[in-house]
Design a protein around this ligand. Structure first.
Ligand code: GTP
Ligand code: MG
Length: 184
């Protein structure tokens, strides 16, 4: 008698978390990986790492290597090194800070000029309109405009998220990982 043992496929995905200072990149990761939130702000220096293991389904196990890039790195030259071999990205802005939205395209451009898929396509990048528990200002208060903006600028989608209130954290991660899997 033989027992059928389904083969488990394993993936390791390097995912970047980028965006302006204080938008909640570290908080997003802390919430997602450690189910934890702190009001206290301590700026990330350079880059931090976190690992999340996902049992995607019975046959697929995914290790997510999350690269938490300091917002202040937009002014540095290290991103080329940090972005290397990434297969997906979260680009985070703060719905209560319009200046963080104004920098979104600079980050997207930085990303797309420094990393791409083997076929030359941009890596899947999901826009996170974070701190959605707070007052939304400007375009952040207009879902239709955000939809249009993300379509026009080659994002794979967008979510309102709150690391504080645990809104759409799992959902947005699942969405991005799904997009990455489609490209494998
Ligand atoms: P850098 O490391 O400097 O690039 O910043 P960051 O993007 O990692 O921001 P961080 O996660 O450190 O959060 C900055 C501040 O915003 C902290 O005081 C957090 O508590 C707060 N914050 C993060 N996410 C949320 C959220 O969803 N809602 C609210 N209200 N505050 C948040
Ligand atoms: Mg940080």
């Amino acid at each position: 008698m033989s027992t059928f043992v389904p083969e488990v496929r394993e993936y390791l995905f390097k995912i970047l978390v980028i965006g302006e200072l204080g938008t909640g990149k570290t908080s997003f990761i802390k919430r997602y990986v450690h189910q934890y939130f702190s009001q206290y702000y301590r700026a990330t220096i350079g880059v931090d790492f976190a690992l999340k293991v996902l049992n995607w389904d019975d046959n697929i196990l995914i290790r997510l290597q999350l690269w938490d890039i300091a917002g202040q790195e937009r002014f540095g030259n290290m991103t080329r090194i940090y972005y290397k071999e990434a297969v997906g990205a979260f680009l985070v802005f703060d719905v209560s800070a319009p200046s963080s939205f104004n920098a979104v395209l600079k980050w997207k451009h930085d990303l797309d000029t420094k990393v791409c898929m083997a076929d030359g396509e941009p890596i899947p990048c999901l826009l996170l309109a974070n701190k959605c528990d707070a007052n939304k200002e400007g375009i952040a208060a207009d879902p239709e405009m955000l939809e249009k903006f993300t379509k026009e600028n080659n994002f794979c989608g967008w979510y309102y998220t709150s690391a504080k209130e645990n809104t759409n954290i799992e959902e947005s991660a699942k969405f991005l990982v799904g997009k990455i899997l489609q490209r494998q």
